[in-house]
Design a protein around this ligand. Structure first.
Ligand code: 13P
Length: 251
């Protein structure tokens, strides 16, 4: 059985005071997490250790970095290495978010390098993919997303790709309040799984969690997460509201 994953992406939001109060709320809430369903919190880098400290008592609450660099260490001012992340107990990193692709020009090839170094250090990448509006309107979203996966992930062995979590985030649904319909999400997730199956076989493809992201709310989460190929969510805005995100985790 593949794992369900409900991930929060705080992006560049929250002061220390707000981070403290959100983390306290999640640490003390009754959450339905267990061996088959985990929650992951991608907090801004300065709060990673704080988040570990506050949530670390529960093995099903994990902390993620929102990015990392592709090199092990060295003269790369301002960057964060997986070696540093691992040394503070971080086991997950969000990679290839559309905001990083757009504002920081991260290419599929560059992301392949980041995926490699994460796996080398035993860190699970939450690999984001997803199409912009014009691609959706041209109805070429399936080939667009398949290319993102092929160019960043398909050099991996079956054993390596089994360690990845994929997050499908249609760019037109991010922060817009416009969630993909249940059917649109399911169709894309099914397409992603079939691309994975064609390359790695059905058994491997069936074990890889594929999360949906883009304006997920407590009110939409239950039906979205009930789709057969939707294994959870990557949640932005709603993950900054404690009650709302608790409901999404428990959806
Ligand atoms: P929103 O949930 O705010 O639309 O953001 C989605 C997202 O980008 C998560 O990574």
């Amino acid at each position: 059985m593949r794992k369900k994953v409900i991930a929060a992406n705080w992006k560049m939001n929250g002061t220390l005071e707000q981070a403290n109060s959100l983390l306290d709320a999640f640490a003390s809430a009754p959450l339905t997490v267990n061996e088959s369903k985990i929650a992951v919190f991608a907090v801004p880098a300065p709060y990673l250790m704080l988040a570990k400290e506050k949530l670390g008592g529960n093995p099903y609450l994990q902390v993620a970095a929102q990015n990392c660099y592709s090199k092990k260490s060295g003269a790369y001012t301002g960057e964060i290495s997986v070696e540093i992340l691992k040394s503070i107990g971080i086991d997950y990193v969000v990679l290839g978010h559309s905001e990083r692709r757009e504002y920081f020009s991260e290419s599929n090839a560059f992301l392949a390098d980041k995926v490699n170094i994460c796996l080398e250090f035993g860190i699970t990448p939450i690999f984001c993919c997803g199409e912009p509006l014009e691609i959706r309107e041209a109805e070429t979203q399936n080939t667009f997303v398949a290319k993102q996966l092929e160019e960043s992930l398909f050099h991996l062995s079956a054993e390596e790709i089994s360690k990845i979590i994929i997050a499908y985030e249609p760019i037109w649904a991010i922060g817009t309040g416009k969630t993909a319909s249940n059917q649109q999400a399911q169709e894309m997730h099914e397409s992603i799984r079939s691309v994975l199956a064609a390359k790695y076989g059905a058994k491997v493809a069936n074990e890889i969690p594929i999360l949906y992201g883009g304006s997920v709310k407590a009110s939409s989460a239950v039906e979205l997460f009930a789709q057969p190929d939707v294994d959870g969510g990557l949640v932005g805005g709603a993950s900054l509201i404690a009650d709302e995100f608790i409901k999404i985790i428990n959806a």
